[in-house]
Design a protein around this ligand. Sequence first.
Ligand code: ADP
Ligand code: 5GP
Length: 199
Amino acid sequence: MTGLLVVVSGPSGAGKSTVLKTVMEKRKDMYFSVSATTRQPRPGEVHGQEYFFMSFDLFHQMREEGKLLEWAEYAGHCYGTPFEPVMNRLSNGEIVVLDIETKGAMQVMERYPSAVTIFLTPPSETEAERRLRGRGTESEEFICSRMEVTRSTFRYIDRYQYIVINEIIEESANMIDAILTAERARTGRNPGLFAEFRK
Ligand code: ADP
Ligand code: 5GP
């Protein structure tokens, strides 16, 4: 079976990490891409687990060496997807999920038109803000600047194939699980199946 590249975007506080973790618990064929970033770790975040935290210089060295599949600046920091692990997992037939912001997502859509693209949104702007505050990891100033970015994120919503409104974590996870199962079953993604009868 061929691998599946999946892009998930949505504003901060939408619940992307929470929902994707729940999907990962259901599926064993999924790999969550760990991004490189120049931002500081939040309390509890572990290098190599949530992100590879690195200096600006190291990030741009990786970029110049072509080691990033895509990258973008977001809220004053750089974020990028390391190329090699994604390609290795895809060639292994796995589902590779990228939780990335919209500019990076546009680069992936252009480069890999077969990618599955999902926009995960909170039910309302107020709820996104409430969730960001509830997460308790950000300063008030940071929350205000993220809410600005949130508004601009919605401009890209029509570029995505699927929209998931995250009201209840379990339901959103089930929906993404269903999307992945259906995408895997598409005839176009299984060109080798029954090849002898297709002639
Ligand atoms: P993102 O990765 O999109 O920035 P997170 O997954 O960190 O968002 O979620 C932000 C906060 O909202 C977390 O505290 C999380 O527990 C909470 N959260 C996520 N999804 C829901 C939901 N459906 N209902 C209520 N709270 C949620
Ligand atoms: P956070 O700092 O809240 O973890 O992430 C901020 C934003 O950066 C989120 O929208 C997240 O999806 C995005 N992001 C995380 N990793 C990457 C990446 O590798 N590339 C891009 N383009 N965006 C990323």
